[in-house]
Design a binder for this molecule. Structure first.
Ligand code: DHB
Ligand code: FE
Length: 286
């Protein structure tokens, strides 16, 4: 059976891609962020996942405002990036695991999630940058199952709904008959706002609260409305929906084995977290 080895959440700011292309990882501006990946590399080398199931949001590369699915699951054999206009190089193509994708799609629909299934899907910086951060080698050693959550065009799905989406994906992975090792990834956040009157907004206290609650009390976060979340975390802080879905896919009991938080990278409070599953007590029927 497939096994979830844990979850990784990380920021996906486009300029990270440019810093990688220009080898700036050790520059004073960048090193506090990139150093946060030393542990992630150690952890991935130890856990050796075969597949990454990645919750992320598309910023207009594959979906635009005219057609915006709330939840879209990729079922392609390969995923390409294209020029997104951020001045970052077009990233390597990534291999898909279409058999696992279809299994997840079937389970999600059976669980009453009305998702969009995509047999072709371009993936943007929100997916490619976390993949480059986690696996910097030229050839990415894992296959991916991308799951896009709308964080761009209101109305957005609620935090509670994304937690449930993640729970359904987690059950699907654990019911997959192949002996795969799976890491679940959530990208984006933490607090940031790119435009409008509050451009540059960051809320360190709220970011810490989110990372703390995500470990053992994600339900507390799930009670926030999207509008309250924007108030606390900025208009783009809603990318935390991807973190909620990642958390939902893990066990009720998890341990945070790594956290890095650094302000700012570009306009964003940059954070990287690794969560490991811990055994959940069996709940027996009476
Ligand atoms: C930035 C952050 C994002 O999440 C994004 O998608 C694009 C830009 C930034 O901080 O510049
Ligand atoms: Fe973003």
């Amino acid at each position: 059976m497939a096994k979830i080895v844990g979850g990784v959440a990380t920021t996906h700011v486009p300029s990270i891609g440019k810093a990688i292309a220009e080898n700036k990882q050790k520059d004073p501006y960048w090193s506090p962020f990139f150093r946060g990946f030393d542990y992630v590399h150690y952890w991935l080398a130890r856990e050796k996942p075969d597949v990454a199931v990645v919750f992320y949001n598309d910023h207009g590369l594959n979906f635009f405002l005219d057609k915006m699915p709330t939840f879209a699951v990729g079922a392609a054999a390969e995923y390409r990036n294209e020029d997104e206009g951020w001045g970052i190089p077009v990233s390597r193509a990534l291999k898909g695991d279409s058999a696992l994708s279809w299994h997840v799609i079937n389970r999600l629909v059976a669980d009453e999630f009305d998702i969009t299934m995509c047999q072709e899907m371009l993936v943007d910086h929100a997916l490619t940058i976390p993949m480059m951060l986690m696996w910097p080698a030229q050839k990415c050693p894992v296959r991916i199952v991308p799951i896009a959550i709308n964080t761009v065009q209101h109305p957005l799905p609620s935090l509670a709904r994304c937690l449930k989406l993640g729970q359904s994906v987690g059950r699907a992975i654990q019911a997959y008959p192949e002996d795969l090792r799976v890491v679940v990834v959530g990208t984006g956040g933490l607090s940031h706002q790119l435009d409008g009157k509050r451009a540059g907004f960051i809320n360190k206290e709220f970011d810490k609260f989110c990372m703390d609650k995500l470990i053992g009390e994600p339900d507390v976060l799930a009670r926030y409305s999207i509008h309250d979340w924007v108030e606390e975390s900025g208009a783009q802080g809603v990318e935390f929906l991807n973190w909620m879905a990642m958390r939902g896919a893990l066990n009720v009991h998890v341990a945070e084995v790594h956290r890095n938080y650094h302000v700012p990278i570009s306009n964003t409070a940059a954070a990287t977290v690794v969560l490991e599953n811990r055994p959940d007590p069996q709940i027996r029927a009476a």
